[in-house]
Design a protein around this ligand. Structure first.
Ligand code: SF4
Length: 510
């Protein structure tokens, strides 16, 4: 049995709660039009299935045809909604949202659905998944300040909502630049629209008794018993009411679906272009086994997203598979304070090794990505402390070398270990015996989608949607908007310092 060793101390700038987790998605959206059904409770369950896309806040807006009621708060879906609260939210259509913040801070005001009143006193509620890159420009069109891109969008729609919300969307959507998969509603109709690149997913399903559902992923349909009908197409607006679906285009489709949804973000049971994410991840493992074989005794997944790929690697290589890492599922984000003791525990807070499997073995460890490198470094140290003879890392994405501006919190360029280090330098930093990333072409071959219809900007730097100031840092981009959204174009000293720190490579708090 190997001697118990302390793990490397987690650096002070690293969020302990983020260890053992991949990049953070920022939102899941859900919408339902179903007279006669308990739409609030169905929305609650829809959000439950989409909880992996955002865990900081949740909300539901419901309408009975006369008025819209919104309830939202900080926390997980089951923390925000109690049975009694849902029972009071009656109506025939609803939208729901769960959020992790990428633009605007994590606060109640930024929780969604956003709500705004029209000039005639009617309501518009909106939930958004994605990130706009021209929010600053859009915010200038409003008389009142807004704190994030989704609020700007909601206020613009409410401003123009009379006489027709559909017309308002058709007028405003072409002015939005960036990624947006949106559900919104007035008192009578459910609407959904998606950017012309279709960066984030958005699907439509039909309930057995005739209602309609819109959700970020097919898992949101499955959980309420809806059957997948089709995607909301890139560049399309749909309006749903008792007459069915009305469809209108605001732009020709130019698909650039997020490749990282396949690698990490989407649930394994999500189906896109006819293939499940599970099947694609399993194929990624097979591709990795062919591209980067190694002599080893056991293939180990990093939970949860590594499971399917590790299975594929094991089948292709003939090396046995074993669940040698157990996830401590109920360690919440909220209660992890960065004390010295917890920094020393690091990854042990999230993952526990099964020594019986690991001791004396040569491991192939399959993970989805390496963002900052601290999680991998801690993980490998923990496996060695548990007796691993060798640790060979295999990663199902190419190096993440560029920030994401389309809704995934991929840290700043300065914090991406793949931006400045070679693969060999990263291997040395995480102290693996070997490290191999899947090739970009290999990864794409595991999906059903051709290369020119995928966004892969965080991997190859080819941004399909132009990003103002892209050569600057992600922190600068965020700062530009936040400075204006608070009604001031002059940066505060703290903001200016934050940006300067990012440029100099010092850590910047997200
Ligand atoms: S930059 Fe990366 S994470 Fe962002 S949308 Fe493109 S592929 Fe997805």
């Amino acid at each position: 049995m190997a001697q118990r060793r302390l793990l490397p101390l987690v650096p002070e700038d690293v969020d302990l709660a983020s260890l053992g987790e991949g990049p953070r998605e920022e939102c899941g959206v859900f919408g339902i039009y179903a007279p006669g059904e308990d739409v609030s409770t169905l929305t609650y369950y829809g959000l439950y299935a989409l909880q992996h896309r955002g865990q900081e806040s949740a909300g539901i807006a419901v309408s009975d045809g006369q008025r819209i009621v919104v309830h939202k708060d900080m926390g997980l879906v089951n923390q925000v909604f109690r049975d009694s609260g849902l029972a009071a939210m009656t109506g025939h259509l609803a939208i729901g949202h769960c959020r992790y913040s990428t633009t605007g801070s994590s606060s109640w005001a930024n929780a969604q659905p956003q709500y705004a009143e029209t000039p005639e006193g009617n309501g518009v509620a909106l939930g958004h998944n994605g990130n706009l890159v021209n929010t600053l420009e859009l915010a200038r069109k409003l008389d009142v300040p807004a704190t994030n891109d989704s609020e700007v969008m909601c206020r613009l729609l409410a401003r123009d909502a009379e006489p027709s919300v559909m017309d308002a969307i058709a007028g405003i959507a072409p002015e939005l630049t960036g990624a947006f998969s949106v559900v919104c509603m007035d008192e009578e109709r459910l609407y959904a629209f998606r950017d012309r690149d279709g960066v984030r997913p958005l699907v439509i399903g039909r309930l057995p008794r005739g209602g309609w559902v819109v959700a970020s992923e097919t898992a949101g349909l499955d959980i309420v018993g809806a059957v997948y009908v089709r995607d909301v197409e890139p560049g399309e607006i749909v309006a749903i009411d008792q007459h069915g679906i009305e469809s209108r285009r605001f732009a020709a489709a130019e698909p650039h679906y997020c490749l990282f949804e396949w690698v990490y973000l989407a649930r394994p049971d999500h189906v896109q272009d006819g293939r499940s994410v599970y099947a694609a991840r399993r194929e990624m493992g097979r591709v990795l086994a062919r591209e980067a074989p190694v002599e080893a005794d056991v293939v180990v997944p990093v939970p949860d997203s590594g499971h399917a790929a590790a299975g594929g690697y094991a089948v292709e290589s003939g090396i046995p598979y074993a669940d040698a890492l157990v996830k401590n599922r109920y360690v919440g984000r909220t209660f992890i304070q960065p004390t010295q003791t917890l920094r020393q525990l690091g990854i042990r807070l999230k993952l526990s090794p099964v020594r019986e499997i690991i001791d004396g073995q040569r491991l192939v460890v399959v993970d989805d990505s390496i963002v900052r490198g601290n999680t991998s470094r801690q993980l490998i140290a923990m496996l060695r402390a548990a007796g691993a003879a060798e640790v060979h890392m295999r990663i199902t994405s190419p190096p993440i070398a560029h920030p994401c501006y389309y809704g995934i919190d991929m840290a700043t360029r300065a914090q991406l270990v793949g931006a400045d280090m070679s693969v060999e330098e990263i291997r040395a930093f995480i102290e693996a015996d070997s490290l191999h990333y899947i090739s970009l072409d290999g990864l794409i071959s595991a999906t059903p989608t051709p290369k020119d219809r995928l966004c892969r900007a965080c991997m190859d730097g080819q941004y399909p949607i132009p990003v103002p100031g892209e050569h600057e840092d992600h922190a600068q981009f965020k700062f530009d908007f936040e400075g204006t959204a608070s009604s001031s174009v002059t940066p505060s000293a703290a903001e200016a310092t934050r940006v300067a720190d990012a440029r100099e490579g010092r850590p910047v708090e997200e």
